[in-house]
Design a protein around this ligand. Structure first.
Ligand code: NAP
Length: 306
């Protein structure tokens, strides 16, 4: 097994991890970022980022990720395209195991974000990628001229419905309650779209189809309903990406990492930043802020100047 040693190992290359890397590198630490997909993480598959300061016209998630990548290149931060499989964090040397390598650091920042929550109904797993999707930006174009459903009532469901409306001729927005959770501005824009029909008080019981999605079995206002659609986009919240930590770090009951305001976990020189930690507001701006705070705390503990 190859062994690599850095001052700071950052697991996750979203806005939290990338910002931490920038702060660490600028303070003179040897830093590595481990990212399973593209730099930028989840934001890369977001259509548009409209609430990050400095971009008056907004910016696409893909462009934002590209800018992060260029910025890390400028500071010569290596980004390894690997999935962290296991960690050993209790000793003085913090170890992350990925793709047959042991990547060790004097400090580690966990910034692995979240993954989409699943409905856990029949057909969801088997028809994933065959009409079941968790990413409108990735898959919307397959549903041009089609009738589809979106499940959820938060910001993500509303925002992605707006995007999908450019492709689908009809969108059933399925929500389990009689009021959305998402912000008012998004609600108003969604409700103004002629091709969107909201199915309130409705739950999905089953996703049906032979080789691709053909229909949803619903319970609407207590009654069964069969809804023919060719796709379903599921936006019912997210879950922290912490399974690889096993019992190395204390997590809350939802699996989020518990930190203090300096992003310190229960273990010395182990930090968490971004959506993966227990916090109130999960946005790009708060993820970036977490990353800056975590790296600064690590730099201070490691005894080098910023
Ligand atoms: P969320 O705010 O937690 O909303 C999840 C929605 O899914 C809720 O409406 C919830 O219903 C519903 N839901 C949960 N479990 C369900 C189930 N098993 N079956 C059916 N429906 C279910 O999640 P999110 O929309 O992914 O947003 C996550 C965070 O990211 C939020 O903090 C949000 O503000 C942020 N975000 C922000 C933006 C933006 O700023 N533009 C965009 C996207 C996301 P109930 O309402 O009944 O609980």
């Amino acid at each position: 097994m190859t062994k690599l040693l850095y001052d700071l190992v950052i697991v996750g290359g979203g806005p939290a991890g990338a910002t931490a890397a920038l702060y660490g590198a600028r303070a003179g630490l040897s830093v590595v970022v481990l990212e399973k997909m593209l730099l930028g993480g989840e934001i890369v598959s977001t259509e548009r980022l409209d609430n990050y300061p400095g971009f008056p016209e907004g910016i696409t998630g893909a462009d934002f990720g590209q800018l992060l990548e260029e910025q890390l290149k400028r500071w010569k931060v290596p980004v390894k395209k690997v999935v962290a499989e296991q960690v050993s964090l209790k000793g003085e040397v913090k170890k992350v195991f990925a793709a047959g390598e042991e990547i060790a650091g004097r400090a580690v920042i966990i910034a692995t974000g979240t993954v989409p929550a699943m409905l856990n109904v029949d057909g969801e797993q088997t028809l994933r990628g065959r009409g079941v999707s968790y990413c409108a930006t990735c898959d919307a174009a397959f549903f041009r001229g089609k009738e589809i459903a979106v499940v959820g009532g938060g910001d993500a469901a509303l925002e992605e419905t707006l995007f999908l409306a450019r492709f689908a001729t009809k969108i059933y927005l399925i929500h389990r309650r009689d009021a959305f959770r998402g912000v008012k501005e998004l609600q108003e824009r969604v409700l103004a779209l002629p091709q969107v029909e909201v199915l309130w008080n409705t739950t999905v019981q089953k996703i049906a189809g032979e080789r691709k999605v053909e229909a949803l079995a619903l319970i609407q206002d207590g009654r069964e309903r069969n809804l023919p659609v060719s796709g379903v986009f599921i936006y019912i919240g997210r879950q922290p990406n912490t399974a690889f930590l096993r019992d190395e770090l204390p997590l809350d009951e939802g699996g989020y990492i518990i930190t203090n305001e300096n992003m310190e976990t229960a273990l010395p020189l182990v930090y968490a930043a971004g959506d993966v930690r227990l916090k109130g507001l999960r946005q790009v701006i708060t993820a970036a802020a977490d990353g800056a705070i975590a790296a600064t705390a690590a730099v201070t503990r490691l005894g080098v100047g910023i």
